[in-house]
Design a protein around this ligand. Structure first.
Ligand code: SPV
Ligand code: MG
Length: 545
């Protein structure tokens, strides 16, 4: 069985219910959701509420499109039918024709058109309340009924004769004319504080056709009496807006006078409730099923080591850890994490040790291995609780890699890959021990089509002579979930002493010994190591360029 459209279901209920349906005014999707939660029959896209929420008068200042957009928003956000206040239909019969096509196509269940002149003014506003002629308005109603494509859509005619002071006879005459012109129901509007005017009208009307009421000024008319009088639907048109304005005044007063929110925290809705209403949890479930864009990557940045640098940098590092070295006005670790974030990775753990208290992050968390950081880098990595989760990017704390390189690096089907660079400028390798790499099938051509040639690692470490090396290890390892499993297997074979003393290169070598394939990803540019004052000067000119 196919499900009825909202308009079809609403029409059925409107004409068959034994008691008046109740719809409630709103001006946005959230309002419609709350109304639905409380079990009402529908939402009223109120012209008063929508215009007030824009901060403008209820006098056709806004355009049809603006009202329609809000109505659509309410309709999409909720499962209840939306009945729309379309004022006078935004012009003459041609405007009404177009309006009905638009509202019906948007899935709106019903529109209520009033018999005033465009531009209208809210019915409760003293002063001009000009009525259209009966003839003209009947033409609009006929245009509306002719424009609808399905039989389900409801066109309700709103009689403003009592509002405009034209008297009961005129109101009854108009209601009858509109019924004959094809209106599905009549809304008889009154601004009287007593319900007598409405009682008189309804008694004289004698249930000739369905009736809608807006009991804003006559709240004393009970639901039971309205039921007896044969009312089909009532509209609580603006009470939610008025309630929210009062509530906002209250909290604003408290916040302004006490400069605190402590006393109101328990009275206001929680952020969790907002999340619930806007469907945040549903979105998360949806993402689990369908979002395949980015795999979660846990980034581990070992930055615990006691520095052994030379020159002016050594002086600076007596007072702070490498991670907090200033690179053109920002700590190195912030620059690293910024690139990692831009590359789409948000789950970051920085392992701190030496002067770890000084490591302050803007995003990401820290994990400390103690001030002395006596063990190797592998120990730092393994000490992160549940660190080897999802996919893992291990990123040395003293290299900066461009976000473009990072993004390409993790886009791989290889379970484990490491970032390498061709051998660098002369003399670089004289000063300290480097982890060189040798590849199983080295690219011999100096020109290659691939931006980042991928290859297989044959050997890695300081024991490879420079002359035989195909490149150097940059300090980044990426493991996809399969790679993480392989990592854990090899980890189980380590002796406790190895777990403590190993460098990352030692562990990668161990993987090779266990015949775990390690792929290499070559970068020729877009990375820098921060080891000397010269490195920092170079980076500063890059960042300030
Ligand atoms: C509205 O809610 O915009 C209405 C009802 O038209 S009333 O304000 O009572 O006229
Ligand atoms: Mg209105």
């Amino acid at each position: 069985m196919t499900e009825l459209s909202k308009a079809a279901a609403f029409r059925q209920r409107f004409f068959s219910a034994k008691k008046p349906l109740i719809i409630v005014g709103a001006h946005d999707g959230l309002g419609a959701q709350l109304i639905e939660k409380h079990g009402f029959d529908g939402a009223w896209a109120s012209g008063l509420e929508i215009s007030a929420s824009y901060g403008v008068p209820d006098a056709n200042i806004l355009t049809m499109t603006q009202y329609l957009e809000r109505s659509l928003e309410m309709n999409m956000a909720s499962g209840i039918p939306v009945v729309c206040d379309v004022d006078t239909g935004y012009g003459n019969s041609s405007n009404v024709h177009y309006m009905v096509q638009q509202y019906e196509a948007a899935g709106i269940a019903a529109v209520i058109i009033e018999d005033k002149l465009f531009p209208k003014v809210n019915s409760f506003m003293p002063g001009r309340q000009e009525l259209a002629s009966i003839v003209e308005f009947c033409g609009k109603l006929e245009a509306a009924k002719a424009a609808q494509r399905t039989k389900d859509f409801l066109v309700i005619a709103r009689v403003e004769a009592l509002i405009a002071g034209w008297g009961m006879d005129e109101a009854l005459k108009r209601a009858e004319a509109y019924r004959k012109a094809g209106a599905d129901a009549i809304l008889i509007h009154s601004k009287s504080k007593q319900p007598d005017e409405i009682r008189t009208f309804l008694k004289a009307w004698k249930k000739r056709g369905p009736i809608v009421l807006v009991p804003t000024t006559y709240p004393d008319l009970t639901y039971e009496e309205m039921t007896k009088l044969g009312v089909n639907m009532i509209i609580f048109a603006n009470q939610c807006l008025r309630a929210s304005i009062a509530a906002m005044h209250d909290v604003l007063t408290v916040m302004q006078t006490t400069k605190s929110t402590v006393s109101i925290e328990k009275k206001i809705a929680s952020v969790a409730e907002i999340f619930e209403l806007q469907g945040m949890m549903k979105m998360k479930d949806h993402e689990k099923k369908y979002l395949r864009m980015q795999k979660p990557v846990h980034v581990i940045i070992p930055a615990a080591g006691v520095p052994n640098h030379e020159g002016a940098m050594a002086e600076a590092l007596k007072k702070q850890p490498v991670a907090m070295l200033d690179i053109a006005g920002k700590p190195l670790i912030h620059r690293i994490i910024e690139n990692v974030n831009i590359a789409g990775m948000q789950d970051v753990t920085v392992v701190t040790g030496y002067k770890g208290d000084m490591v302050q992050l803007a995003t990401g968390t820290t994990h400390s291995v103690g001030e002395k950081a006596v063990h190797g880098i592998l120990h730092s990595i393994l000490s992160v609780p549940n660190g080897m989760r999802d996919s893992v990017l291990i990123h040395y704390g003293d290299v900066i890699v461009s976000h473009e390189n990072l993004r390409s690096f993790i886009e791989t089907d290889d379970p484990i890959s490491i970032m390498i660079s061709p051998l660098q400028r002369e003399g670089r390798y004289a000063k300290k021990k480097f982890d060189f790499v040798s590849l199983s099938k080295p690219v011999t051509a100096t020109r290659t089509l691939s931006r980042h040639p991928r290859n297989q690692l044959k050997d890695l470490g300081g024991h490879i002579p420079e002359a035989q090396a195909h490149g150097e290890f940059v300090g980044l390892v990426f493991l996809n979930p399969e790679g993480v499993k392989l990592w854990k297997k090899v980890q189980l074979t380590l002796k406790p002493s190895e777990q403590k003393s190993f460098s990352l290169a030692d562990f990668l070598q161990k993987m090779l010994q266990h015949k775990v394939p390690v792929a290499t990803f070559e970068v020729r540019a877009g990375w820098a190591e921060i080891h000397s004052d010269e490195d920092i000067t170079q980076l500063e000119s890059l960042y300030s360029a």
